[in-house]
Design a protein around this ligand. Sequence first.
Ligand SMILES: [Fe+2]
Length: 250
Amino acid sequence: MIRIAAVGDVHVDKDVVGRYRPALEELPDRADALLIAGDLTRHGTVDEAKCFATEFGGLGVPVVVVLGNHDHQSDQQDDVTRVLTDSGITVLEGQATVLELHGHRLGIAGTKGFGGGFKGACASNFGEREMKDFVGTAERYADALRDALRSVEVDALVALTHYAPVPETLAGEPLEIFAFLGCYQLGQAIDDAPTALALHGHAHHGSERGRTPGGVPVRNVAHPVIKQAYNVYQLLTDVVDTKDTQLANV
Ligand SMILES: [Fe+2]
């Protein structure tokens, strides 16, 4: 069994440093790795990236992240990525990483993803150049996720995104903004590989649990949704979700 701790949308700045750390110190006793589904910072500045690295670095377990839209706000995403990487945090964008855990190979493929909507209510690749660019961006991220998922041979495969791959985990958000919270192409990419679990964030008012059309469990781990420092999910076992009530609220 592999245990994955996951959270998203922690939005760290200098005022948040210290809030997660007490719960994170206990994480190595509860999970084998920590995955973070984007919106690591408030405005994507280098200073905030350093705050995030202080709060979430050096945990004693591997930390794997994707960036979110907030981490792009200052157009410093490359510098943000460099700060995190220099702190020993793995940042995925259209790539996969493999962790050796308890004799098992865990593959994590990640991308920020993009919006565009879901079947029956989505943007179409037609008309103005701006609209074609918008849909093309969503397709590019989804294609990168598909390629990353297919690039590794592992015992358990996880897809990590910021934007949502299914509408189920958006339940609670206004229907009018679903198209800005995720896109169906990410779900298709997840279903085109032997994915065991898909994790995302972004939808602060959404719901935790969903499933892709192909049956892959999807979990929205945005911090305002899970309401604790992280949730723990199990792989290579029949039960994905753990009931861990001992974690500190932050
Ligand atoms: Fe967020």
